[in-house]
Design a protein around this ligand. Structure first.
Ligand code: G3I
Ligand code: 9MR
Length: 587
């Protein structure tokens, strides 16, 4: 009896001093922290009663604020139960910890005016690590420095991509660009939305990005680093256009994925594969948008703006002549050798690509030529941007330039404005995900391959609605999705590598896996919960909002990709930029 009591005593003491002293995985909050004047919410997961929560100083000695937890609620897309700690009323800058009796201590977090600056910088910097064909140098990359690989100076024309002047196996040069994701290939379609999103970040918030430096080789050359980074991929994209006809190859790739090895150890033959309408139109949209922005830098980059516009028109013309060349990898492999088994990005509907390209070309040229196509391809319904649905990128651009475009009668600007605002309004109007108080995750359909990009693209839609209306409800809603990405979600992960207290350590990313360094390359957004679990890896939880596993194996939930990081760059930059607007407070 006495012995049992002693053991019990030790268990209690152990729990108190060791377990409870560790941060609890049951308190889900933005692991970076909060803007001083923004709403501040933490979610307590796991069974428990309503009760008091305490906001403590970082050394846990002082209680600075206390409040009541909400009653427990059931989350819609997993068996998680949640209670809400809302401490929005507290707004003193500093470092803090939350304490809840039956959950323990939270991770430490801060309240600050520029709380997402580090995220903004890291998410943009991640593209430097993705650069292909050049060595990544220690003065910029620290422990993640590595030799170059995939020079792509000798890339073969795949038999599917043959044209008069470029027979099968002819050699072209297509160096540079970013690795698409955890794999080592480059795909025009996915580069399309990634570049469009980064270029839009610059167009919407030039004052912020003009001064954001990421310590890359070009830093200090008179161009903003976001532009320097974009140029690295743009120059590659330009090599993907056939100068003989304006057509654009769908991708530059191995026949099969490289093993989990470093770039310098990869020696598989590289191909450019079949031209496609989607590739041509995405390319036209990006180069048109780039021409517009680079015009501002024509002194530093003589001729580039013009070359981009020329490339855009040439690709557009090819698309007009080849309006329905879809990329169907299986059909292609039935006809040509070697079979290509890398990412397909095979889009079966290109109406949205037509719309986006026409919008970008109109905004770049201000010429009426594109108005009819804009009208013709205007989407019937707004849809969240993804690699296969880029229409809304065109809408954002038209609205961005609405006051500078000639007053073409057939240009459906009011309808497009209504569509974007209607879409953002519906994200807010349905109340969001109640259990976590986020916009993300209110629909089961949010949890797809790359679901974290859904959260960030929702953020962009909301920020655009804010820019159009100055209604702060949209900004607060966007902020809930940043909170989601950085920890206020049913998995408890901060989904950006190197950020927060609990972030992915085993991202499906060849560079991070093969380099022998424990920490993954920082600033990468993991794919996120995906109940599709197409990778057939082992998942501890399989419900829509918890089907995420931090394992190397999991490309369906734990890969990273340039089209997922781009909206993270946009949202984190926008949040920071808007914080700096005089007098702006998110409340
Ligand atoms: O469109 C359907 C939708 O109607 C349905 O409700 C839903 C149910 O799961 O599936 C949707 O299709 C999914 C599609 O993504 C759109 O989200 C497919 O199941 C899913 O297999 C597909 O995944 C794509 C994946 O490649 C496999 O092709 C991802 O979007 C895409 O981001 C990913 O991209 C890969 C590249 O191929 C190679 N490089 C890495 C990159 C990231 O993983
Ligand atoms: O590593 C590849 C990843 O980038 C892709 O998104 C994924 C789906 O296309 O495929 C991964 O490669 C796997 C391949 O599909 C099947 N064999 C194992 C490969 C590495 O895990």
């Amino acid at each position: 009896m006495k012995r049992t009591a002693t053991v019990l005593f030790f268990i209690i003491v152990w729990n108190h001093y060791f377990l409870l002293a560790q941060p609890s995985t049951n308190i889900q909050l933005n692991q970076a922290g909060f803007y001083t004047h923004a709403p501040k919410i933490a979610v307590i997961t796991g069974a428990g009663q309503s009760g008091i929560f305490y906001l403590l100083s970082a050394n846990k000695k002082d209680t600075l604020y206390k409040g009541m937890l909400s009653a427990s609620e059931n989350s819609a897309y997993s068996s998680t139960t949640t209670r809400i700690a809302d401490f929005s009323a507290f707004s003193t800058a500093g470092s803090y910890i939350l304490f809840v009796q039956d959950a323990g201590y939270s991770y430490p977090f801060s309240l600050r005016g520029n709380i997402h600056h580090a995220l903004s910088r890291a998410s943009l910097k991640s593209y430097y690590y993705q650069r292909m064909s050049i060595p990544i140098l220690p003065q910029y990359a620290g422990q993640w420095a590595r030799p170059g690989g995939h020079p792509d100076k000798e890339v073969l024309i795949h038999p599917s991509a043959v044209s008069d002047k470029r027979p099968a196996y002819a050699v072209i040069s297509s160096p540079g660009g970013w690795y698409d994701a955890g794999d080592y290939n480059k795909y025009i379609v996915n580069s399309g939305i990634s570049m469009g999103t980064l270029l839009s970040a610059y167009e919407d918030f030039p004052f912020y990005f003009d001064t954001l430096q990421t310590n890359i080789p070009e830093t200090g050359n008179g161009l903003p680093d976001i532009i320097n980074e974009i140029l690295y991929n743009l120059r590659w994209m330009l090599t993907m256009q056939d100068p003989n006809d304006g057509g654009v190859y769908h991708k530059c790739t191995n026949a099969a994925f490289d093993k989990m090895i470093m770039p310098a150890d990869c020696h598989n033959t590289r191909y450019v594969v079949q031209k496609s309408t989607a590739a041509a139109l995405d390319f036209a949209a990006v180069t048109a948008q780039a021409s517009r922005i680079l015009f501002k830098f024509k002194k530093q980059l003589p001729g580039l703006s013009d070359s981009c516009l020329h490339a855009a028109k040439y690709a557009w013309q090819w698309a007009k002549e080849n309006p329905a060349v879809l990329y169907d990898q299986n059909a292609m492999n039935a006809l040509y050798q070697p079979a290509i088994t890398t990412g397909a990005y095979g889009d079966r509907n290109v109406t949205d690509e037509w719309f986006w390209a026409a919008c970008e070309l109109l905004a770049a040229t201000k010429k009426e030529d594109y108005v009819q196509d804009i009208q013709h391809y205007q989407p019937a319904m707004a849809a969240l941007p993804s690699w296969s649905n880029v229409a809304m990128l065109g809408s954002y651009t038209l609205l961005r330039y609405q006051n500078e475009l000639p007053a073409y009668k057939q240009l459906p600007l009011p309808a497009i404005r209504q569509q974007v605002l209607g879409f953002a309004g519906s994200l807010i109007g349905n109340g969001g995900n109640r259990a976590f108080r986020t916009i993300m995750g209110q629909s089961k359909r949010d949890f797809i391959w790359g679901s974290n990009a859904v959260a960030m693209n929702q953020g962009i839609a909301l920020i655009n609605a804010y820019l159009l209306t100055k209604d702060k409800r949209y900004m607060n809603a966007a902020l809930t999705n940043a909170d989601y990405i950085l920890g206020r979600n049913a998995t408890g992960f901060c989904f950006v590598t190197g950020m927060g207290s609990r972030s992915p350590m085993h991202i499906h990313h060849r560079l991070s896996i093969a380099d022998g360094i424990a920490e993954p390359i920082p600033g990468l957004l993991a794919g996120g919960p995906n109940p599709g679990m197409q990778d057939k890896c082992t998942y501890a939880f399989t419900a829509p909002e918890t089907a995420y596993t931090d394992t190397d194996c999991s490309y369906a939930s734990n890969e990273t990709a340039i089209n997922w990081n781009a909206p993270l760059v946009y949202v984190s930059g926008a949040l920071e930029a808007l914080q700096y607007e005089a007098g702006f407070s998110m409340r």
